[in-house]
Design a protein around this ligand. Structure first.
Ligand SMILES: CCCCCCCCCC/C=C\CC(=O)SCCNC(=O)CCNC(=O)[C@H](O)C(C)(C)COP(=O)(O)OP(=O)(O)OC[C@H]1O[C@@H](n2cnc3c(N)ncnc32)[C@H](O)[C@@H]1OP(=O)(O)O
Length: 298
């Protein structure tokens, strides 16, 4: 968080516009952030409304917004651009697809690859979490579909979660169902929202909650009809933005810094843990079985 605060205060918006090709239009128009990365397929669509200072980030990586290395890299770059843009105070994170917010980490990135690949992938997951959980902006997740594991983590990083009121949509940290273990910073993020007891049970059972259940345990803050998710997110954003930025940001930092610092202090060790865990034969087998089941379910 401190690092992001420094970035924000030291990088003038003029520099950002020049470096990253941010095109600004009239007051009422939406701005499109174009990524220049050659490997980018534009898996993330960002629209910044200059008059409100609110950006809507839509995840658009078919079929299910799984978090691949490319996706995570593009996500972190997009987020950093917004973070250093003084014209942007709030971020609404949502999905371009009805029914799926995000399927979580891309399981194919964790199967049959090299140790170097796993290390790079895990670093990208860490960076996504550090940037989103540590953001100075007001962040609201407009959860318009199911959101298991890494998808749930993304939503949990936000300041407020609004979910479509559909019992078919599920959210939760289901890692144990895949035979893997949510790392301590996933666990800490969840504890900070729903407390220790609910987190312990959820993580051990790999529990997925329907939208109404998630609301009941406080994992999501508000349920609204599917067609009202975006408009409600915008209305809630207006409320949050009525608080002076400096006071809200310092309060957010005070609440989240200890959790963030815990990972920052052991980022390398956490990558090594991940690599040695994911390269075990038994874990590779579990993931492959899970993936095969997913593909066969049709
Ligand atoms: C000691 C401590 C050490 C710590 C070590 C750390 C260990 C690792 C920790 C990892 C942390 C987080 C893990 C994750 O995030 S794992 C991902 C978990 N996600 C899931 O379980 C979701 C699985 N997907 C679904 O449930 C469904 O797909 C859906 C999202 C509900 C959507 O359903 P649908 O019916 O609309 O679509 P479906 O036909 O199922 O899927 C379409 C195609 O997409 C493929 N797919 C789905 N999810 C993923 C995914 N997460 N990764 C890769 N691919 C995915 C699916 O296989 C279909 O493919 P195809 O069309 O058949 O080819």
């Amino acid at each position: 968080m401190a690092a992001l605060a420094v970035l924000r205060s030291s990088a003038p918006a003029r520099l950002l516009s020049g470096s990253f090709s941010v095109h600004r239009g009239g007051l009422a128009s939406w701005q499109h952030y174009q990524s220049r990365r050659p490997f980018s397929n534009n898996k993330i669509l960002v629209e910044l409304n200059e008059s409100t200072g609110v950006a809507v980030m839509k995840m658009k990586s078919p079929p299910v917004n799984s978090l691949s290395l490319d996706f995570l890299t593009e996500f972190s770059i997009s987020l950093e651009k917004l973070e250093i843009d003084r014209g942007c105070r709030g971020l609404i994170l949502t999905s371009a697809f009805p029914k799926i917010f995000s399927a979580g980490l891309d399981i194919t990135e964790m199967c049959g690859k090299s140790a170097e690949h796993y290390a790079a992938f895990w670093k990208a997951v860490q960076e996504m979490w550090l940037k989103l959980y540590g953001s100075n902006m007001v962040t609201i997740a407009a959860v318009n579909g199911s959101s298991p594991a890494g998808g749930c983590l993304m939503a949990m990083c936000c300041d407020y979660r609004i979910m479509a009121d559909n019992p078919k949509f599920a959210i939760g940290l289901n890692e144990t169902q895949l035979g893997i273990v949510a790392p301590f910073w996933f666990k800490d993020t969840m504890i900070n929202i729903v407390g220790n007891r609910v987190t312990e049970q959820s993580l051990q059972l790999g529990q997925m909650y329907s939208a109404p259940e998630a609301h009941k345990i406080g994992l999501v803050d508000l349920l609204v009809p599917e067609d009202k998710v975006q408009s409600t997110a915008a209305a809630v954003m207006t409320q949050w933005l009525s608080i002076p930025d400096h006071a809200r940001q310092l309060t957010k930092s005070m609440m989240r810094k200890p959790t963030i610092d815990r990972l920052v202090k052991q980022q390398e060790a956490d990558i090594n843990n991940f690599v040695s865990f994911i390269t075990r034969d038994s874990i590779q087998k579990s993931l492959q079985v899970y993936l095969d089941r997913l593909k066969q379910k049709k």
